[in-house]
Design a protein. Structure first.
Ligand code: ZN
Length: 132
């Protein structure tokens, strides 16, 4: 079966389109976390952020900014932007997409899951593991 986001971005499947340029396509999430929740996808298929080339990602994030600016201006909302990769991260469709979520009362989506202050030894060990 064809990728649903490829079908939407090509105009072969219906969507509530709010933005389109040569490389990117933005449409309302039909299962919105809050009213105005928008998905921004590249027109070329890439399953996850690991699979998209740098130039396409730059163009995509530029589209994300356009959409976030628009939502902020039109809705008077704060805006959350998130992007998930893999099932445990919450990715439901295997085509790279950014969520642009208006944050406005009464529909505020709590996304911050901050834990307690981590011990410095743990932070140092993680830095050693992750740094380039
Ligand atoms: Zn696709």
């Amino acid at each position: 079966m064809a990728c649903i986001f490829c079908e939407i971005a090509a105009g072969r499947a219906p969507s509530y389109k709010i933005y389109e340029d040569a490389d990117s396509f933005a449409f309302l999430d039909i299962n919105p976390a809050a009213p105005g929740h928008t998905l921004v996808v590249p027109k070329s298929h890439a399953a996850m952020i690991f699979d998209i080339d740098e130039l396409s990602l730059r163009r995509l994030t530029s589209a994300v900014k356009h959409v976030a600016d628009r939502i902020r201006k039109v809705m008077g909302a704060d805006v959350s932007v998130l992007q998930n990769n893999g099932r445990l991260a919450g990715q439901g469709v295997d085509h790279v997409h950014f969520h642009v979520i208006p944050q406005k009362m009464p529909h505020v989506v709590r996304l911050g899951h901050m834990g307690p202050r981590a011990p410095d030894e743990d932070l140092k060990a993680m830095t050693e593991q992750l740094k380039f």
